[in-house]
Design a protein around this ligand. Structure first.
Ligand code: GRF
Length: 201
């Protein structure tokens, strides 16, 4: 059975959707731990409520980036993690971790990548940009993580309409509902081998 690690920084509503789909058995996997750079993130509370190890992992605990990277790799190995799910994780994942988990590290982005991705495109800023661009639709994307931000092969994508007069908050809410549906589906495809990432040369 695959073991997942979920990395979060904030509320953890995507984490909750993953927890619910693992608990129901829809995703044949277990969650080895939830990690957050934010010691008071609601995501860590959600993990604790489900007796999932909740780990506060921050650069402030390490003398430098190399020690931080090695400690993260060690943590992943100690928990025998097979797949990493970034779910509202706002920190950069160290390059060696991405390389070690190539094809086994997923992220969810609240837009139709490759549009509205990359630097500065996070949270409400994404939806504000979509509205400012007068897009007729937006959506959510789950993709494999590579060393380029928001750039890896798409696993699952789902659209939502942008309605006349939408505020960024209204669009964000509509997209978030889709995120909660597609992230478990994407994990299922990776766990079952239906979705895999071509080996980068
Ligand atoms: C989601 O909108 C996700 O697309 C983005 O950050 C947000 C996380 O929300 N990466 P939550 O913490 O899962 O509620």
């Amino acid at each position: 059975m695959a073991t997942l690690a979920v990395f979060c920084s904030g509320g953890g509503s995507n984490l909750q959707s993953i927890i619910d789909n693992v608990s129901s058995g829809r995703i044949p996997a277990r969650i080895g731990f939830v990690l957050s750079n934010n010691s008071v993130s609601r995501a860590l509370e959600r993990a604790r409520k489900h007796a999932i190890p909740a780990i506060h992992f921050s650069g402030i605990h390490y003398p430098g980036p190399a020690a931080y990277e090695q400690a993260m790799l060690k943590l992943l190995e100690e928990h025998a993690i097979d797949i990493i799910c970034l779910a509202g994780y706002m920190k950069l994942v160290p390059a060696q971790v991405i390389r070690r988990y190539q094809g086994k590290i997923l992220n969810i982005h609240p837009a139709l990548l490759p549009k509205f991705g990359g630097k500065g495109m996070y949270g409400i800023h994404v939806h504000a940009a979509v509205i400012a661009a007068k897009e007729k639709e937006s959506g959510a994307t789950v993709h494999f993580v590579t060393e380029q931000y928001d750039d890896g092969p798409v696993i699952v994508q789902q659209c939502v309409p942008v309605l006349p007069g939408d505020t960024a908050e209204q669009l964000a809410e509509r997209v978030l509902a889709v995120e909660h549906a597609i992230y478990p589906e994407a994990i299922l495809r990776v766990v079952s081998g239906k979705a895999s990432m071509p080996k980068l040369n």
